[in-house]
Design a protein around this ligand. Structure first.
Ligand code: DAH
Length: 340
């Protein structure tokens, strides 16, 4: 019996030592197979129990089982320890770094400005209208009183779409302004009209800090009885104070557009415009709708009056956010977009 207990004791010692020196999960598993597997010496000892004299068996069995339980206990402990070690980063880790954040998508700055402008005009009773980007010459130019020999139609300014002529057999084009939608709306709807038209326009410009071959405008059209330039000025001032703050200053300069008479360009001044090194920044064209435009769509110019405007959305976003290069809007660089 004593020799049996001694065998168990020495076996246990060796097993415990093997488990303690295993330095990773693979060598621990190897030790488990060697010391606790079916071919292990522990199992051999258990098998020997049967050969012992009957009165020694209970004690001997207890000794083996206790020893085995101790080895199994250490095995489990070491396993947990080595698993934890395996899960630890192997390189130096800076636990003071901020955690990873989930990022949510956001609206593009041009979309944000557009939505804000729409919200403000809605307060004034305007509704949003839209029209096609691939237009015909009639809606983009003729109906707006822009004669066929006007330089704005020149292929240097306008993208024509070859091979897809309109109903009159004339080349179609990419609209150079959202003013074409004024005509489309008035053709379909009797006055009064109060619409704004956000949309993309195209011009044959080379890209630089202030130009891009495609950009965005918001057109506005208000037609009713007795509408005046005073309404136009008041509306523009209200909208831009809402949008850019009370300190914004608005200036109307006489100008020429074929579809308005009188016509103006609108300049803005804000603290940010000044910071960008300018006193005034041109932002829009506007005017009182020309009688011949009304005639084109069948509105009686003796009864109806109206004003219209077209703003460049990029310009407004540039003033609002202090951006000095229009191309940043189209590059989709997340370092830029995440600022908004
Ligand atoms: N269409 C003009 C442009 O793209 C802007 C404009 C001027 C729109 C006067 C209008 C207007 O509706 O009345 O520069």
């Amino acid at each position: 019996m004593s020799s049996f207990s001694e065998q168990v004791e020495s076996l246990k010692k060796s097993a415990l030592e093997a488990l303690n020196t295993a330095s990773n999960l693979a060598s621990l598993e190897e030790a488990r197979v060697t010391w606790l597997g079916s071919n292990s010496q522990f199992n051999a000892l258990l098998r020997q129990l049967g050969k012992l004299p009957a009165e020694e068996r209970p004690t001997a069995g207890k000794v083996v089982n206790q020893a085995k339980a101790e080895v199994v206990g250490l095995m489990d402990g070491r396993k947990a320890e080595l698993e934890l070690k395996a899960a630890m980063p192997t390189e130096a880790t800076d636990f003071t770094l901020p955690g990873r954040q989930n990022r949510f998508g956001g609206f593009h700055p041009l979309t944000q400005v557009t939505q804000d402008i729409i919200r403000i005009f809605r307060k004034l009773g305007f509704v949003v209208a839209d029209g096609p980007e691939a237009e015909d010459e009639y809606h983009c130019f003729d109906a707006l009183n822009t004669p066929a020999d006007h330089p704005a139609r020149d292929s240097q300014d306008t993208f024509f779409i070859n091979g897809e002529p309109d109903a009159q057999g004339r080349d179609r084009l990419l609209r150079t302004h959202t003013s074409s939608v004024q005509i489309r709306v008035m053709e379909k709807q009797a006055p009064p009209v109060r619409i704004i038209v956000p949309g993309r326009v195209y011009r044959r410009d080379n890209a630089d800090a202030t130009h891009n071959p495609t950009f965005h405008q918001i057109e506005g059209l208000y037609v009713d009885k007795g509408v005046t330039v005073g309404d136009l000025k008041g509306t523009v001032e209200f909208v831009f104070k809402e949008l850019l703050g009370e300190e914004v200053k608005v200036r109307f300069r006489p100008h020429y557009f074929s579809y308005t008479e009188p016509s103006y360009e609108i300049d803005f001044s804000t603290p940010l415009v000044k910071k960008m090194g300018k006193e005034w920044l041109e932002i829009a064209g506007c005017g009182m709708v020309h009688p011949s435009v009304f005639e084109q769509v069948g509105y009686d110019p003796e009864v109806w009056t109206g004003w219209a405007f077209g703003f460049g959305i990029e310009r407004i976003a540039m003033i609002r956010y202090g951006i000095n290069d229009i191309r940043l809007f189209y590059e989709n660089d997340l370092r830029f977009l995440r600022q908004f």
